[in-house]
Ligand binder design. Structure first.
Ligand SMILES: [Mn+2]
Length: 420
């Protein structure tokens, strides 16, 4: 390892400190000057995925700075880095070859390349960092330094959501509805993984979501996952969902079982929304070491299971939706996952999506997608599903559509992979 690289490695701690002291508008500049100093980077641009994961939106300082176009998430090199979660390198021959790079290599002289690096926290994808470097080749050690910086930036951006609107605003290609604002605030990280499992979820229409939600939390060995659909649309549905999700979390954080979590949501919904309002939901709890779990179903569509290439419905007798009557009971149904299983939880907005007068998207098509796209990671798979559903209705969903994908590998497989 060269002395320069060794210094860069030590410098990551200094970078983190500088980021901690910088105002939100300067975070990317702090990375840019750090990279200029340590790896002679000529430019550094952050691109953030928009809410619908359709484009990568550039973070620029505003008027006077280089104009950078948003990048198509499905078609661009930056998008490839995002989708595949690996760095993508492009050699620049002309300045306009890398519209996301934010630098005109001709102006600074000599050959250049652009490295697009995923900016993620664990499995949650936030965006891409585009770094322009001099030369033709990317040294592996330099690449590792860039990966370290992207990782640091991912954590800093996640923390920044607590004190600034800046990055949330930049991710908006258009106005976010009030109901959607409530729903996005409620969502956990869109993806998470450990060696034993991987989970990801997404909601559509991203800018107008009203009643759909998903949630999960991991403790030492237990993963809790919930998906819910508040009846109706718009603000009232979002308020229902907000109460339901928060009541369940509140109970979960008080060490309550998933039955007690559902009971709490039911009780508060009956109390605060008397009348016909209700929320359907699925809640499961999985022992991530053994694959054994418990599931309860409050009037919600059953999940689909992909095992050894075959898709089946995970049918259990549904109980009443949450919020109809305080006497509702939520029995538990045991299940056991096998290593390699993929479980898909979703709302009826997926299977019932249709254009007026046309057939619904349906279980059969959803099941076929599940079997066909086993190679996609959970974050990519749920993006794929919601995109296919949205396209099937010509971009006009008639209901919220949510998909949550859970892969279970088992701890022993995970240990084997890690070479333990
Ligand atoms: Mn629905």
């Amino acid at each position: 390892m060269t002395e320069q690289i060794a210094a860069a490695r030590r410098g990551v701690g200094v970078l983190l400190r500088s980021l901690d002291e910088a105002p939100p508008t300067d975070l990317v500049d702090v990375c840019a000057s750090w990279l200029a100093r340590h790896v002679s980077a000529r430019a550094c641009v952050l691109l953030l995925a928009d809410y619908a994961e359709a484009t990568l939106e550039p973070v620029t300082r505003g008027p006077g700075t280089a104009r950078i176009e948003p990048q198509d998430l499905a078609l661009s090199a930056a998008g490839e880095a995002y989708r595949e979660q690996r760095s993508i390198t492009a050699v620049l021959h002309h300045p306009d070859e890398a519209p996301a790079a934010g630098a005109a290599p001709g102006a600074t002289g000599g050959p250049a390349l652009v490295v697009y690096l995923p900016v993620s926290v664990r499995a949650e994808r936030l965006g891409v960092l585009a770094v322009t470097l001099p030369g033709h080749d990317l040294d592996r050690e330099v690449e590792e330094v860039l990966e370290d910086v992207s990782r640091v930036l991912g954590h800093v951006l996640t923390g920044a959501r607590r004190y600034t609107d800046r990055f949330e605003m930049l991710r908006r290609r258009r106005e976010l509805g009030l109901a959607a604002e409530i729903q996005w605030e409620l969502l956990p990280s869109l993806a998470f993984e450990l060696p034993g499992f991987s989970i990801a979820g997404t909601v559509e229409p991203a800018y107008e979501i009203g009643g759909d939600n998903f949630d999960y939390a991991i403790s030492a060995h237990r993963l809790t996952v919930a998906v819910s659909d508040a009846a109706g649309h718009g603000l009232r549905a979002a308020l229902l969902a907000s109460l339901s999700v928060t009541a369940m979390r509140n109970a979960r954080r008080a060490h309550c079982s998933i039955v007690e979590q559902a009971d709490a949501a039911n009780r508060y919904l009956v109390e605060q929304f008397p009348g016909p309002d209700f929320v359907t939901g699925l809640v499961l709890e999985l022992d991530v070491d053994s694959g054994e779990g418990m599931l309860l179903n409050a009037g919600h569509p059953p999940p689909l299971l992909l095992r050894d290439g075959a898709v089946s419905e995970f049918v259990v007798a549904p109980a009443l939706p949450l919020g109809l009557t305080s006497s509702a009971r939520y029995p538990l149904h045991p299940f056991r996952l096998e290593p390699g299983d993929r479980l898909l939880l979703f709302t009826d907005g997926i299977t019932e999506a249709h254009q007026r007068g046309e057939r619904e998207f349906g279980y059969r098509r959803l099941g076929a997608m599940l079997a066909e796209h086993r190679d996609l990671t959970p974050p990519e798979f749920v993006r794929h599903v919601t995109r296919a559903v949205t396209e099937s209705c010509n971009g006009e969903l008639n209901d919220d559509a949510t998909a949550v994908c859970l892969d279970w590998h088992s701890s022993s497989v995970a240990a084997h992979r890690a070479g333990v």
